[in-house]
Ligand binder design. Structure first.
Ligand code: ZN
Length: 286
């Protein structure tokens, strides 16, 4: 169903940019705070398990305390917290102490604004657009957390599996319920088998369980038939960028690098251009 608001393409794009930048600002908060909350929880549980007194307080959650400068601790005024605009007129510095604000903030806001404007203008405002955006926002958060911390939180990957199964059942935009269930299973097991094989040969673990769960979520959303495409694109992109990083930045080939962001990119591309990709790969295969 398309909700026709009678807006021109330009108005839809502007609406997408404003709405997307606000969501992007919220995604930044999740990206920064969720790993801190998880680490506090793990430390608390580990201390309890070891019988050590734990005073890890739940001092931070997604909504409180209010945002503050990581350097001087000054609370950020609402006027200095406007997505994209504040970063520009503050020239990327804290209004109080002048320390640099991470470039991640405007990049995530800009990316989210661009993705939202893209779906609004290309597909209109519909149920499918809103679900595509939900999937895209989760992928943006997962990819960035994985790049920063090398973790893919279960708190996002597992609900994403269930939501994907639900979407196939109630809407069937990308996959039938059968394709979705098989997709979740194949998504998980395919990477898990690659990890087992890799471990057998090299004795090392090349991938984390978070990658399997993320791939299961992608399979649940897009169906089992998209999993080979997702793995092909993510491995190819990962290999190319990995080699470039080793060649140009002297990245140590033994040090880990996150595979999650490549899965996220492959999942997003496969959602939006599934038919074209399947046609392309069937050409290449025969
Ligand atoms: Zn400051």
């Amino acid at each position: 169903m398309v909700f026709d608001l009678g807006l021109s393409a330009t108005a839809l794009a502007l609406l997408g940019i404003v709405f997307g930048a606000i969501i992007g600002s919220f995604l930044n908060v999740v990206i920064i705070r969720l790993p801190i909350m998880l680490k506090a929880e793990w430390t608390h549980e580990a201390k309890l398990f070891l019988g050590i007194e734990s005073n890890e307080e739940k001092s931070i959650n997604i909504v409180s305390p209010r945002s503050q400068c990581p350097d001087c601790g000054t609370l950020i005024k609402a006027l200095h917290n406007i997505p994209l605009l504040s970063y520009c007129f503050l020239r990327g510095r804290c209004a109080h102490c002048g320390s640099l604000i991470s470039i991640q903030y405007p990049i995530i806001e800009l990316l989210t604004a661009f993705v939202t404007a893209y779906f609004f203008t290309v597909h209109g405002i519909s149920e499918k657009t809103l679900l595509s955006l939900l999937f895209s926002y989760c992928l943006i958060v997962l990819a960035t957390i994985d790049m920063r911390e090398q973790i893919l939180p279960d708190q996002i990957t597992l609900p994403l599996v269930w939501i994907g199964l639900g979407v196939s059942l109630f809407f069937g935009f990308w996959a039938t319920p059968e394709e979705s269930i098989l997709g979740a299973a194949l998504g998980y097991l395919s990477l898990w088998s690659v990890m087992c094989l890799f471990k057998l040969i090299t004795g090392k673990e090349g991938m984390g369980y978070g990658d399997f769960k993320l791939n299961a979520a992608i399979g649940a959303w897009l169906g089992w038939h998209m999993i080979p495409t997702v793995i092909l694109i993510s491995s190819f992109a990962g290999a190319v960028l990995g080699l470039l990083a080793i060649a140009f930045y002297g990245h140590d080939r033994r040090s880990p690098f996150a595979f999650g962001p490549f899965l996220c990119i492959a999942g997003w591309v496969s959602m939006e251009w599934s038919d074209q990709l399947l046609t392309l790969f069937s050409y290449l295969a025969f």
